[in-house]
Design a protein around this ligand. Structure first.
Ligand code: GLN
Length: 430
């Protein structure tokens, strides 16, 4: 069978093709001159399968889409405290190039606006890195996200730096506020070069998929940044990634995203996929008009909105039964599905409201697909309390979904792989 996904993506492109509203970025001559008709989309799943349609080979400058990735590198290299001291995480509600700082501290409001991004640029790499060393760290880091070596478009860089008066003003303010240690011009030069890295929609989809996959590039399998960093970056993308259009974006589309003034746009759907679009005409916020439209469509068609409440799954507690008879009988509680906090709470509640009556009890995880870390701790605590209540506790866990089941502190558990093993074990016991 041929997968319908490429057809779907082609159809989505067709549906927005006729829209020629918006303008290419006019403050960077090289971008103003870009072919405004270009249109492309790519989707990369969290396990690295790439689908794309339209002008997928066209390379364009990454621009502000570099910001979340460089923020990720800064967090990984310098730690949360040091980065947070210099850049906050509050949505500014201002345009991307606004000259505004947090009252009292003089910090940029977030790493997605230019003031914040120029600052995070200076925080990538070790503290004593020279500007060229930092530039290499950034190219290497963004290349690792993309899974291939990225290059700078020198024409775009020259074109932007020759008119970067606002960004220079920002860098001077940042230096005056004590947020950057660099010479302001070095910081703007480095930041502008970072924005001039060339990417295709496929690169961007893989970069976004690396975020969606918790920081590990799903194609090369290289761990690029830790999962805790990814959580921070996706949160900031969700609240600030679309600048003063972020509130509308989050309510209407509902995925962490970032736009760039060359016309790129990415969205990262945690645990599922990275998506990228390219179309150079921009709306008044500097976000790609047809890109935003495509994402609106994807949200509806693919059910991507993160705030969508999932339909209730089957109850985690599947049932209870007695296995064996007489004194040898074991009371088994069978669980099912994927267990997270609310599922584990149901188990604890049932064990409290309707206590187990047999001395020997078992929890069967045979039909359980996954146990989240919090649910794991809750279930192990249940095992511990059942032991303290005087029960002999067994776990039937053939696939080891509850890894290292050590309840600790007076808890005891015997792990078996089947009812037969449980019965054999019971027979062997005195
Ligand atoms: N390099 C651009 C700038 O600093 C990036 C802005 C953007 O893509 N929104 O103005």
């Amino acid at each position: 069978m041929r997968s319908p996904i490429p057809d779907y993506l082609a159809e989505a492109l067709e549906s927005v093709e006729a829209d020629n509203s918006g303008e290419t970025a006019d403050y960077i001559p090289e971008l103003a001159a870009a072919n405004p008709e270009r249109l492309a989309v790519a989707l990369c799943t969290e396990d690295g399968r790439l689908y794309s349609q339209g002008g997928v080979d066209v390379a364009f400058s990454i621009q502000s889409i570099s910001k979340p990735f460089v923020y990720a590198l800064a967090l990984a290299d310098r730690g949360f405290d040091e980065v947070m001291e210099k850049v906050s995480v509050e949505p500014s509600g201002d345009p991307f190039n606004e000259i505004s700082f947090e009252e009292g501290t003089g910090r940029p409001l977030n790493p997605m606006v230019n003031a914040g991004a120029i600052t995070t640029h200076t925080l990538a790499g070790p503290r004593d890195a020279t500007p060229p060393e930092r530039a290499s760290r950034i190219i290497d880091g963004l290349s690792a996200f993309a899974g291939r070596r990225l290059q700078i478009d020198e024409n775009v860089y020259e074109s932007e730096i020759s008119t970067a008066y606002r960004n220079r003003a920002l860098a001077n303010m940042l230096r005056a506020n004590g947020m950057i240690d660099d010479e302001p011009l070095d910081a703007v030069t480095g930041y502008t070069r970072q924005c001039a890295l060339l990417v295709t929609v496929e690169d961007l989809a893989l970069m976004a998929a690396t975020l969606a996959n918790g920081g590990v590039n799903p194609v090369t399998e290289v761990p690029v940044v830790p999962a805790r960093v990814v959580r921070q970056v996706l949160s900031v993308m969700a609240t600030c990634g679309m600048y003063d259009g972020s509130g509308h974006w989050m309510t209407e589309v509902g995925v962490p995203a970032k736009s760039g003034v060359a016309g790129g746009l990415i969205g990262a759907l945690p645990g599922q996929a990275g998506i990228a679009t390219f179309s150079p005409r921009l709306d008044s916020h500097g976000n790609s008009v047809r890109g935003v439209d495509l994402f609106r469509r994807f949200t509806t068609d693919m059910g991507m909105h993160l705030m969508e409440v999932p339909p209730p799954g089957p109850s985690v507690v599947r049932g209870r039964r007695l296995v064996g008879d007489g004194d040898n009988a074991v009371q088994v509680v069978s669980l099912q599905g994927g267990i997270r906090f609310s599922g584990a709470e149901r188990v604890l509640r049932e064990l409290e409201d309707d206590p187990l009556t047999q001395k020997s009890v078992a929890i069967s995880l045979m039909r359980v697909a996954t146990v989240g870390p919090v649910a794991r701790r809750m279930l192990l605590e249940a095992v511990r309390r059942l032991t303290l209540d005087g029960h002999d506790v067994y776990l039937i866990d053939p696939d080891g979904v509850l890894h290292d089941p050590d309840p600790g502190d007076g808890g005891r558990v015997t792990v078996v792989s089947s009812y037969d093993d449980l019965a054999d074990l019971r027979k062997a016991e005195p």
